[in-house]
Design a binder for this molecule. Structure first.
Ligand code: 2YJ
Length: 272
């Protein structure tokens, strides 16, 4: 799993309005609408309006990422909910959050990024939420996915979740991961839900064939400019972006890619 860097997130708080405008142009939804859509909940939530969320910095592992907790809180604020960062990190921060009336907690270590609602006990994990949100984003960008072929790069938590929700939208999903055993395991898991997955052998051929791509892997320069068509749509939760820099300008209006926004928004709506 990629650990976010300060550079990846430093612009988030200051650019959320622009982010919403771009997302609206690409998907027809603002962040709040996309998150609500992806979890199948009503966008208007009068009962949840007063819920307070505490974001708790965690110092374990490689430590606090400067601006991480603040960025998460700013995204939740932008969605229209109260959110603050605790003064204390770790266990002291959890106690501080509870004492100060937090209803929802967000916290991330190097492996997991979790949200939990202290009243309902609903729990959300960032990887699964991110995959769900990007699947919804691609579905909105394409005005539906029924019968469409989608290629998912990477079958970690984000790619697995994206593949699942793409299949639920009616897409024909192909997966590619250098770990063939992981792909085979996923095929068996999906079969239990009645979904079939195609495992791609030749990545280059698959990238040429597919118009709809989910890039959920941490590898760079996997998608080349010559793989892009004029109607290609890419949903790319993977950090860093797998598309080579030369292709960025050509596809910018048809590319969904952010370090945190969609994942955090979906986590929030999952625990409401
Ligand atoms: O509280 C802090 O500042 C740190 N403990 C945050 C650690 C952030 N965790 C990560 O970057 C993980 N790899 C999960 C990121 C998920 C983004 N999709």
């Amino acid at each position: 799993m990629t650990r976010l860097k300060e550079d990846d997130i430093e612009q988030i708080s200051a650019t959320l309005s622009d982010y919403d405008q771009e997302l609206l142009a690409k998907t027809g939804c603002r962040l709040r609408e996309l998150a609500a859509y992806s979890v199948g909940k009503d966008i208007n939530r009068p009962d949840d309006e007063f819920l307070q969320t505490a974001v708790i910095p965690l110092t374990c592992g490689q430590g606090v990422i400067g601006g991480f907790a603040e960025s998460v809180a700013s995204i939740i604020n932008h969605l229209g909910f109260g959110a603050w960062v605790t003064d204390l990190p770790d266990a002291g921060g959890v106690a501080e959050a509870v004492k100060n009336g937090a209803d929802i907690l967000f916290m991330a270590d190097d492996q997991r990024f979790m949200a939990m609602n202290l009243h309902t006990r609903a729990v959300s994990e960032n990887g699964a939420a991110t995959g769900k949100g990007y699947a919804a984003g691609l579905e909105r960008m394409n005005n539906g996915l029924k019968g469409n072929e989608v290629l998912v790069l990477g079958v970690g938590p984000v790619g697995t979740s994206a593949a699942f929700f793409l299949a639920r939208y009616g897409a024909k999903v192909s997966i590619f991961d250098p770990d063939l055993r992981a792909s085979r395991t996923l095929v068996k898991e999906f079969a239990k839900f009645g979904y079939s997955l195609n495992i791609v052998g030749d990545l280059n051929l698959a990238l040429r064939h597919h118009r709809l791509i989910v890039d959920a892997c941490p590898a760079q320069n996997v998608i080349r400019q010559d793989h892009l068509r004029e109607d290609t749509l890419i949903a790319a939760p993977g950090i860093p972006l797998g598309l080579e820099a030369a292709g960025l300008e050509q596809i910018s209006s048809r590319l969904l890619h952010d370090p945190l926004q969609i994942g955090v928004a979906v986590m929030m709506f999952e625990v409401l």
